[in-house]
Design a protein. Structure first.
Lengths: 435, 379
């Protein structure tokens, strides 16, 4: 890994050569094994690289130390050999297809070709995103140039540092380049000209500007803005289930300080059987208050703080004016639970979440429909069997990517269909050899 | 619940008398300001059930609040959803002012019901006079905004109309249509007329309108040398409009095209939610006029006090630390007096420096931008 590039064309040539060298030595399964060894180091709390990441991450990302540890653990869990081999096999029934032609359907031979050079532009919202993107590229066999995003640098550096120790020949396939802002300065334009594939995380504007900058032949994998939600069936309100759902919901809201694409912004609660959305809101507030101590909030930006105060104060005033609204909030502004009837979807910053009572879970689908194109994860509880499948069908139809247990929303497994696409299959190009 | 011995009429009358002492003669000490603030607070608790409930939720009751700093601030967003009117039973607002609706991502406009326009006039005039027309006598006021007839819900239009009536002469004119578009022919004619007449004028404009006026003059390659003593009062940022021009460039262009030098350009900081305004003391205090633009600051009339709050916790910050501006404006007696803005600012010697609207959530990937999502919802 190197960071300051001078001059860039030479560095690009270097990673291209390193790629050829690495691919000649290691097939896809071997790369998964080696990448996994690096990932495992970050799961070891005594490893110096892990310790360094724990120290640097809070400074650069604004997360609290406890949250930084939880993020490192959550991310690195998916960077082990077992998980990466699982990812390979989930994406490619025969992972050798990344190395050579293998028999495919209808008697032909098929091969998956990785982009020789890929460019990865993370967003910096959630640490670990850049490293995950690099890992996917190296796994399929692509040299990876990545944008240095300050808030996501600590974890990227930690992973690549570990890889440098475990498999320097793979680490040599990647290089970081720094530039400011979302626009593409002339100095790094060569990256956009030379890359065979660009992976970009960002706002709709960033994605649009990258798309416009690319030659028409360059493949783009774009992860634009996403919004997540949760839906609770009435069975989640009974007895012990209520506390469990509240804990799971609080964890989902608090993780990444609510900045993740997976962070739920609204939780629809199906009332009935003596359970109410209010019961859930109260339990959720209590759970968030507990997490205030065990998983403290990091540094909120003035924009986030102001948005929370405007939302919270406005809702308190509406409640005082007689609207059916309840506001539960931390004294220090670190979390807010808003209980209100469902209405227009309005995202909220900070650890802020809206709880909406519904009489049937399918009402949630109706309310989420307008944000369908941006809908990502929907955490569920108190639903199973045919009811769950029916709801999942309806959510999938409007745009949801992933329906999962509420407790699992924060960390999707490596083989999830990331924003609707296979995380590795979306990177490669297929070649058919017909006989 | 009633406040014994007080009524809106009595309160408004006493406040008008207070404001009538002017911004120079009426210097309120801490205790005196506190007394006024608590009287207004108690009146608002007594006459406004929503605000009373809001304050109770934050642990603030008439008995528990002894310092104006402990009065719960109302965020500007509340003006979008709840009618914040504190004028007593049976009274209707004399006017309802609306925000321009350009707040990022907002799908509603804020509304400020005004219980007494006389009280508004009493609050706005002394400060306008002190900072824009301190000399005796009238002068032409050229307004580059829609008139108060065309924009009955604009607090700015009402303010300028009041200033025209009290301080303007017969050559004062509204030079923008109801849609805000400049009446180009009349604007150029008015400027030429003022140049020829040889008497100073006051131009009142939003920064946005000013940019368009300067574009027009540049397009026609027109330069006007307005008579010495002319001045410009400009207000408002660009609030998400298409063009943003750096302030020094804007002022340099004003000097070049209109002949008004930087030290005769006053920025006004005001908002629909407040009936008092802040001005840069440049015409009123020529010593500060010479300071570089970056060192400029705003002053409030004595009946307004400002705190700078931590955006996350709302704790009061030490002077010099940037945070959210929170104003207590006695002129808001008929609505809510303590207002939390979305403006970042800092307390400096002599006043406050407004640093601008708190930046929106950065465009962050793998997450959301409230505005973009709202756009998506609206499609």
């Amino acid at each position: 890994m190197s960071v300051r590039i001078d001059p860039l064309p030479k560095e690009i040539a270097r990673v291209r050569v390193a790629r050829l060298d690495a691919l000649a030595r290691h097939g896809a399964r071997a790369r998964a094994e080696l990448l996994g060894r690096a990932g495992a180091r970050l799961l070891d709390p005594t490893d110096p690289l892990r310790m360094e990441a724990e120290e640097r991450l809070p400074q650069k990302s604004g997360l609290s130390p406890a949250m930084a540890r939880a993020v490192i653990e959550g991310m690195a869990r998916d960077w082990t050999a077992a998980r990466l081999l699982g990812l390979l096999e989930a994406e490619f029934p025969d992972p050798d297809v990344l190395d050579r032609f293998v028999p495919g359907p209808q008697g032909r031979l098929v091969r998956a070709i990785a982009p020789a050079l890929s460019l990865h532009i993370g967003a910096g919202t959630v640490p670990g995103v850049t490293a995950t993107s690099i890992i996917r590229a190296l796994l399929v066999g692509s040299a990876a140039v990545w944008k240095i995003v300050p808030s996501d640098y600590a974890l990227t550096r930690a992973f690549l540092g570990a890889l440098l120790k475990e498999a320097p020949e793979l680490a040599a396939m990647s290089t970081g380049v720094g530039w400011e802002g979302g626009a593409v300065p002339d100095g790094v334009g060569i990256l956009f000209d030379e890359a065979d594939l660009v992976v970009v995380y960002g706002g709709d504007e960033t994605v649009r500007s990258v798309r416009e900058r690319l030659p028409v032949t360059t493949k783009l994998v774009a992860y634009h803005h996403r919004l997540s939600a949760a839906v609770l069936g009435r069975d989640a309100l009974a007895g012990d289930a209520l506390a469990a759902a509240a804990d799971a919901g609080a964890h989902a809201v608090a993780m990444f300080d609510h900045r993740g694409c997976v962070s739920p912004h609204m939780i629809f609660v199906e009332e009935g059987n003596g359970g109410s959305a209010r019961d859930f809101a109260v339990a959720l507030a209590a759970a968030l208050e507990r997490l205030r101590h065990s998983l403290p909030v990091g540094t909120l930006s003035p924009a986030e703080g102001s948005a929370v105060q405007q939302l919270r104060g406005g809702m308190e005033m509406r409640a005082a004016a007689g609207e059916p609204i309840e506001v539960h909030a931390a004294r220090d502004g670190s979390w807010t639970v808003l209980l209100e009837p469902p209405g227009a979807i309005a995202p909220c910053l900070g650890r802020t979440v809206r709880v909406h009572p519904v009489t049937d879970v399918h009402e949630a689908v109706k309310h989420l429909t307008p944000v369908g194109p941006h809908l990502q994860t929907v955490g569920v509880a108190g639903l199973d069997g045919a009811r769950l499948e029916e709801l999942a069908n309806a959510l999938g139809e409007i745009g949801a990517i992933r329906i999962c247990p509420l407790g699992d929303v924060a960390f999707p497994p490596p083989w999830w269909h990331h924003d609707g696409q296979g995380p590795l299959r979306s990177l490669v190009r297929w070649v058919d050899l017909e006989s | 619940m009633t406040a014994p011995g007080d009524s809106f009429d009595a309160l408004a009358r006493d406040l008008q008398a207070l404001f009538g002492r002017g911004v120079g003669g009426c210097v309120l000490g801490d205790d005196e300001f506190n007394g006024w603030a608590l009287r207004v607070f108690r009146w608002q608790l007594a006459s406004n059930a929503a605000y009373r409930g809001y304050c109770a939720g934050r642990g603030a009751t008439p008995g528990s609040v002894a310092r104006w700093e402990d009065i719960p601030p109302v965020p500007t967003s509340a003006f979008k959803h709840v009618r914040l009117f504190s004028a007593g039973q049976g009274r209707e607002p004399e006017a309802v002012f609306r925000t321009s609706g350009t707040t990022g991502g907002a799908d509603r406009r804020g509304e400020h019901p005004v219980a007494s326009l006389a009280l508004y006039r009493a609050a706005l005039l002394p400060a306008f006079r002190a900072h824009a027309v301190p000399e005796r006598g009238r002068l032409p006021i050229l307004a580059l905004i829609p008139s108060s007839d065309d924009a009955p819900h604009s607090s700015l239009a009402y303010m300028v109309a009041t200033a025209m009536r009290e301080l303007g002469d017969e050559r004062s004119a509204w030079l923008a249509g109801a849609d805000g578009a400049l009446d180009e022919a009349r604007l150029v004619a008015a400027l030429r007329g003022a140049e020829a007449a040889g008497r100073p004028v006051l131009i009142a404009a939003t920064a946005f309108a000013l940019v368009h006026a300067l574009d027009l003059l540049a397009r026609e390659d027109t330069r006007v040398q307005l008579p010495r003593g002319s001045r410009l009062m400009e207000t408002g940022g660009f609030k998400g409009r298409s063009r943003v021009v750096e302030r020094d460039q804007l002022y340099a262009a004003v000097h070049a095209r209109l002949g008004i030098p930087e030290e005769r350009i006053v920025n006004e900081y005001g908002m629909t939610e407040l009936l008092s305004q802040f001005y840069e003391p440049v015409i009123s205090a020529p010593t500060t006029a010479a300071a570089p633009l970056a060192e400029r600051f705003h002053v409030a009339p004595p009946w307004v006090r400002t705190r700078v709050l931590d955006p996350v916790t709302l704790a009061t910050l030490a002077d010099g630390s940037p945070g959210l501006l929170c104003h207590l404006d006695l002129a808001n007696a008929g609505s809510v007096a303590c207002v939390l803005t979305e403006d970042m600012g800092v307390v400096v010697p002599g006043g406050i420096r407004v640093l601008g609207r708190v930046p929106g959530a950065e465009p962050r990937g793998c997450s959301l931008a409230a505005e973009e999502l709202l756009k998506a919802v609206r499609r």
